[in-house]
Write a protein that binds this ligand. Structure first.
Ligand code: GTP
Ligand code: MG
Length: 325
């Protein structure tokens, strides 16, 4: 990215955050609220049929049974006491309830400059978006002024190391690796040692994709964590599961199993742009109680957004007739 574009990107970050989210969450929004005004207009009131339709849509968007039930109950109470009486107040009530479901999960990923490096271990199934998200995160931290180093811990897939190294060369981010076939734990150990010795702010370690059902490969992640602790007892600072939102309920299973096996500290949910089931965010948060750190809403670098419940919900439930989210 050129210097000028870089500056523009910084200036436009807030705007991008909003418009990128709107674009990225379009498919889910279409299911949830695209024609909600028509729906209410056809019955001229917010009655049981309207609420049932909204309930169905929340379920279709994979929000999850419990969360949907609780949101619908709360909105129904609003209708009873007259707080919800038209489409605008209906959308507002839905938003408030949905935001409330997520606000427990808002902790930001903090970089502690007094304790270098903050180490981030990226894990997840094949193709979830670990490597591209590692790159996007590295750029993000660099923009914020932090020194970043990457560990090419996917030593399994042919060309994975070269892929990351090439990316690092183009983006001026140092990548430490030992080539395909090397021991991933040893790569992470060496990279963390180097980052610590040099006082680098952030080390991000990529890993090979694996299924949560592959016991041996899950053990390898435990080993990676163990050897990182030999360098720094508190490492890895973050163990982030990258899940692909288009996998719906399967993403939820992965989150559950990875958390059980290796104690996650948070999640990154990618490819929300490719699914109408963006509600999976609610189900994952509800069930795991883990913070969602970032969300991916597209393939470009700016499409990795910090997860902010209010912005997220507003982008899902835009009241298109009269406002920006
Ligand atoms: N549309 C969209 N595509 C994404 C997003 N995040 C990642 N991708 C794409 O998903 C594909 C797989 O990404 P990778 O980063 O290679 O996934 P990975 O988890 O490293 O895969 P393995 O190393 O094979 O396990 C790439 O084509 C990415 O561009 C996103 O938020 N939206
Ligand atoms: Mg990868």
């Amino acid at each position: 990215m050129s210097g000028i574009r870089f500056n523009e990107a910084l200036q436009d970050e807030q705007q991008d955050q909003t418009s990128g989210l709107m674009r990225g969450l379009r498919k889910t929004r279409d299911i949830l609220t695209a024609d909600i005004r028509d729906l209410v207009a056809s019955t001229r009131q917010i009655d049981d049929d309207v609420m049932e339709e909204i309930e169905t849509r929340l379920l279709m968007a994979d929000v999850g049974v419990e969360t949907t039930r609780s949101v619908i109950d709360a909105v129904n109470r609003g209708i009873e006491v007259g707080q919800v009486s038209d489409v605008t107040s209906l959308i507002r009530a839905l938003r408030d309830e949905l935001v409330a479901k997520l606000t427990r999960y808002t902790h930001r990923l903090e970089i502690d400059s007094k304790h270098r490096p903050t180490s981030i271990l990226m894990v997840g199934v094949n193709g979830a978006g670990k490597t591209t998200t590692t790159g996007k995160l590295a750029k993000r931290f660099q923009r914020q002024g932090y020194g970043v180093m990457l560990a090419a811990g996917d030593t399994f897939r042919a060309a994975a190391v070269e892929q990351l190294e090439e990316w690092g060369r183009r983006n001026h981010v140092e990548v430490l690796g030992q080539g395909t076939g090397a021991d991933s734990a040893s790569v992470s150990f060496d990279a963390l040692s180097a980052a610590k010795a040099r006082g680098t702010d952030v080390l991000i370690a990529d890993t090979a994709g694996r299924l949560h059902t592959q016991g041996g490969l899950m053990d390898e992640l435990t080993k990676i964590k163990r050897v990182m602790k030999k360098v720094d007892e508190s490492a890895p600072t973050e163990t982030l599961l990258v899940v692909d939102a288009t996998q719906g309920q399967n993403a939820l299973n992965q989150a559950r199993e990875f958390h059980r096996a290796i104690d996650l500290t948070g999640l990154i949910v990618t490819k929300l742009d490719g699914t109408a089931k963006g509600g999976i965010i609610f189900a994952i948060s509800h069930e795991l109680g883990l913070p969602i750190r970032f969300i991916g809403v597209g393939e470009s670098i700016d499409d990795l957004k910090e997860f902010k419940p209010k912005e997220f919900v507003h982008a899902l439930l835009a009241d298109s007739d009269n406002e920006e989210p």
